[in-house]
Write a protein that binds this ligand. Structure first.
Ligand code: GLU
Length: 362
């Protein structure tokens, strides 16, 4: 009997310990689900794109209409967001990203800075068409004045598609934006389980889900079961350590990109200068080479005060110094990102040496 009583009291001890353990491990999760006001506040700024796009059938993944769903409709389509953050939506534009203009960029960047200056905002997510997503992300990377996370996301399949990727990408983007670990990484691009830097991530495929890649530089991290795992960081200067101040800008200087190819000519450069370009990015062949057919026009543009930057059309690699060619070196920036940096650089200086330093540092 004694033995049984002891056995019984042991059993009760275990039961009580188990109950306490359950209470301790369940309480934080329950507190989260019952106290949404304790969750971090993430602002979602919608600009359009496929993530807000609709098509005529669930199998149609091209030729659909981007930028249809509103910011509120996007947020309502992912109820799980409410378990991660208090989310609020705002519409900045509702366009396919081929129609993102300098005016939209400035409006978006100013709003991101306003929001991040609010103590109650933990981070910002921007939803965007994927075609020029990297340009907007890099622009924000250079002008956001905060260490708080800013995440740009989109989708490759419209909201109506079977296995649409938008809801999962939005959930992952909000997860990263709400995560304290994500601070200080510069602006991030989150799609398809990957966390990439705005500086290095680029769209590599026009139709595949697995399109955003960091090329030579890889990713900042990965999401597994909606948990972000950061593994690397970017050494380039961004956000709070750049001199760019969008609060004082109402427009951006014209910078055009001219593509290099066999038998090209100088007329595209002449046209850009005649149109008012203050800067030209050469999307040169190989490591930024310029043909003999184009060099007279490029030299003429430089003599007229236009800042020319050499970049590569190959999708990778650094542009080296080469006495055969003219213009500043675009580091390993692709042409579209070199254009973004050159526009901002020209808002602060026309001095080629200072702009060259920025091209290497940012
Ligand atoms: N061209 C559209 C855009 O960039 C659709 C591409 C996309 O979002 O994936 O907004």
């Amino acid at each position: 009997m004694r033995h049984n009583r002891a056995h019984m009291s042991n059993y009760l001890d275990w039961l009580l310990a188990g109950l306490a353990l359950c209470l301790f491990s369940v309480t934080p999760a329950m507190a989260q689900s019952t106290s949404p006001e304790k969750l971090p506040h993430v602002a979602v700024l919608a600009t359009g794109g496929t993530i807000a796009g609709t098509a005529g059938s669930e199998t149609q993944t091209t030729g659909y209409k981007p930028g249809v769903l509103t910011a509120d409709a996007l947020l309502k389509s992912v109820p799980s967001l409410g378990k991660i953050a208090q989310v609020s939506g705002e519409q900045i534009s509702n366009v396919g990203s081929e129609n993102i203009t300098n005016d939209i960029l400035l409006k978006l960047a100013k709003r991101v800075n306003q929001l991040l200056a609010q103590p109650d905002i933990a981070g910002v997510v921007v939803t965007h068409g994927t075609d020029t997503l990297e340009e907007t992300a890099y622009f924000l990377d250079l002008v956001v004045k905060s260490d708080k996370p800013v995440v740009v996301t989109g989708s490759m399949r419209p909201s109506t598609a079977i296995s649409a990727d938008g809801p999962s990408n939005l959930l992952q983007a909000v997860t990263v934006a709400a995560s304290p670990e994500a601070r200080g990484h510069g602006v991030m691009i989150v799609l398809n389980d990957r966390i990439g830097s705005a500086r290095y991530t680029t769209k590599t495929n026009g139709t595949s889900l697995d399109t955003f890649k960091g090329n030579d530089s890889g990713y900042l991290g990965t999401l597994v079961d909606e948990v972000p795992h950061f593994e690397t960081s970017v050494l380039k200067r961004n956000t709070t350590s750049t001199p760019f101040d969008v609060s004082k800008l109402d427009s951006l200087p014209e910078v055009d990109i001219v593509y290099g190819y066999q038998n090209d000519g100088g007329f595209m450069y002449d046209a850009a200068v005649a149109h008012g370009a203050k800067g030209i990015v050469v999307a040169g062949v190989g490591a930024g080479s310029e043909s003999l057919l184009t060099l007279p026009s490029i030299k003429k543009a430089i003599a007229q005060g236009v800042v020319v930057v050499r970049s590569s059309r190959t999708g990778g690699g650094f542009v080296p110094e080469d006495p055969a060619y003219v213009g500043l070196l675009g580091d390993d920036l692709n042409p579209q990102k070199a254009r973004i940096l050159l526009m901002l650089a020209l808002t602060t200086t026309k001095d080629p040496a200072s702009i060259q330093a920025m091209l290497h540092e940012f």
